[in-house]
Design a protein around this ligand. Structure first.
Ligand SMILES: Cc1cc2nc3c(=O)[nH]c(=O)nc-3n(C[C@H](O)[C@H](O)[C@H](O)COP(=O)(O)OP(=O)(O)OC[C@H]3O[C@@H](n4cnc5c(N)ncnc54)[C@H](O)[C@@H]3O)c2cc1C
Length: 490
């Protein structure tokens, strides 16, 4: 049996590994000259930058993946602090990892009650653990996946999820300090959504960072896809890089292969790791597309500046947030007016704090990101110039640090470039947004209901945005393929 995987993002690589391990011959066809999709890396002068993701949680999912090719674990380190927060009024705080230390900070610095913080963290932990086996690890579209030992527990906890309230309303009802609320609201952006619209259920994202703590792959985020790529090759997965798939072929309701400008590749199974929207629009234009799913509101995009800074800035850690003064207005710009706020929340990520080889001595590699609306043909040249100037001013005001005095190298990415490079619809980073209580049910299933042998992996399909969920999409595909073709583990 032969499978073709379209795209080598982490969802595609993980699917390739899992199918190969199940005894299937696998060919991955990737449009770019490099594998890894959005998780890739670039040297600009003497500075190395991870170009896309920077926040890595649930490293155990990567451990599981590398064990498929007999590596004991995925090399990573746990971080001692999750993030440094800088507020517009000059207040700042570093959030440590570990429940007791975290409670101390939220009590002593933010003025919250220890009982409230403890209860919230426990509630998110229990909610996450209840939801995981029935929403995240299995297909929502196969009854036999859903009916498992966790189902009753997940149902019993429904009153705790806050399904009919927004994340913001839930957080505001629990905490008295608006700064705590803003900090917790921020987790909506981890899948490109708004805390004012996403259901309270999504507050479970905070559990992964606050209770479990973030990790950092040794060698940078790019190691996630690099290690998976090498593992694929070790197991005998074949790769064609720099070749774009133009069509998925099917006959009498069964997939038969794909074609590129260079040839046709027969397959019994096709896994599309590309944006599901473009899979239908560009690769199967004659197949009836699930328009209701595809027409859902998209998640945010980003403007990212990659700055090589000729100085070490001690106030900053690996992950840093400089919050907007008016958070609600920022989300209104992102999802309503589709413009750039002049006071956006700024995220600064510096891997050289941990990986000294990522920048020259006494220098730092700053990945500076602000959320941006999806590309609808706005004047991005103007947005980029204006945003850059706003960021430099804000960094000056908050950190008393003049970026331009120390800037050695610079490049940037905007929604147009994200769309062109990774073929994500309108530069959206996570596919559909989660800005509605039913969003989870409007993500595309991991398999086609009309074409046998066609599967979907990655952040634009179930279970959703982010590296852990893309890894789970591959696990779901493995299970579906094994069920559909009567395969057993090798
Ligand atoms: C700036 C930025 C910051 C982010 N931050 C985070 C973060 O901190 N944490 C996190 O978990 N996630 C983050 N994300 C989202 C993150 O990128 C995803 O979690 C994950 O990398 C997406 O993996 P994927 O499997 O969906 O595929 P992608 O990485 O989207 O890869 C899809 C692949 O398919 C290929 N392809 C598309 N069309 C074709 C075709 N026709 N033929 C052949 N190949 C094709 C593309 O070239 C690409 O390589 C961020 C993304 C960006 C851009």
């Amino acid at each position: 049996m032969r499978a073709v995987v379209i795209g080598s993002g982490i969802g595609g690589l993980a699917s390739a590994l899992r199918l190969r391990k199940a005894g299937i011959d696998v060919l991955v066809i990737e449009a770019n000259e490099f594998s890894g999709g959005k998780i890739n890396s670039k040297w600009i002068g003497d500075y190395r930058f991870d170009m896309g993701p920077s926040i890595f949680t649930e490293p155990e999912l990567m451990d599981e993946l590398v064990q498929l090719f007999d590596q004991e674990s995925f090399p990573h380190r746990k971080l001692a602090e999750s993030c440094r927060y800088f507020y517009s009024d000059g207040f700042s705080a570093t959030l440590p990892v570990g429940k007791n230390a975290l409670i101390d900070v939220l009590v002593n610095n933010f003025g919250e009650s220890p009982k409230t913080v403890y209860r919230y963290l426990e509630r998110m932990k229990k909610n996450y653990e209840a939801v995981k086996p029935v929403f995240i690890e299995v297909s929502l579209h196969r009854i036999k996946h859903l009916v498992n030992a966790g189902l009753m527990n997940a149902i019993a906890r429904i009153p705790q999820y806050g399904i009919s309230s927004s994340m913001h309303s839930v957080n505001k009802s629990v905490f008295k300090n608006p700064k705590t609320v803003q900090l917790l609201d921020r987790f909506a952006t981890y899948n490109g959504s708004s805390p004012y619209k996403s259901p309270g259920m999504l507050n479970i994202i905070s559990h992964l960072e606050l209770n479990k703590g973030p990790a950092m792959p040794v060698g940078g985020m790019v190691q996630i896809t690099q290690v998976a790529f090498e593992g694929c090759k070790k197991l005998g997965v074949e790769f064609i890089l720099g070749e774009k798939v133009n069509e998925i072929h099917s006959l009498e309701g069964k997939v038969t292969g794909v074609s590129t400008a260079k040839g046709t590749y027969d397959a019994d199974i096709v896994v599309s790791n590309m944006d599901v929207h473009f899979t239908y629009e560009r690769l199967m234009p004659t197949v009836k597309a699930p328009q209701k799913i595809l027409n859902q509101e998209k998640s945010t995009s980003a403007i990212v500046f990659y700055w090589g800074i000729r100085k070490k800035v001690e106030q900053l850690g690996v992950h840093n947030i400089l919050f907007a003064e008016n958070y609600e207005k920022e989300f209104s710009c992102l999802f309503e007016s589709k413009t750039m706020s002049d006071d956006p929340t700024i995220y600064i990520h510096i891997t050289s704090k941990l990986e000294s080889q990522d920048a020259p001595p006494d220098c730092e590699n700053w990945f500076v990101m602000v959320n941006a609306p999806i590309n609808e043909g706005q004047d991005w040249d103007e947005f980029v110039v204006r945003t850059r100037s706003n960021l430099i001013q804000r960094i000056q005001n908050t950190l008393q640090f003049s970026v331009e005095d120390y800037l050695e190298v610079e490049e940037y990415f905007d929604p147009r470039k994200i769309e062109e490079t990774y073929f994500g619809k309108q530069g959206s980073i996570y596919g559909n947004s989660s800005n509605s209580a039913f969003a989870a049910f409007y993500r595309h299933p991991n398999f086609s209901k009309t074409i046998k042998g066609l599967y979907f992996a990655g952040v634009t399909v179930h279970p959703g945005g982010g590296i852990p969920l893309a890894l789970n999409s591959a696990k779901i595909i493995e299970r579906c393929v094994k069920e559909d073709y009567g395969l057993v583990n090798r």
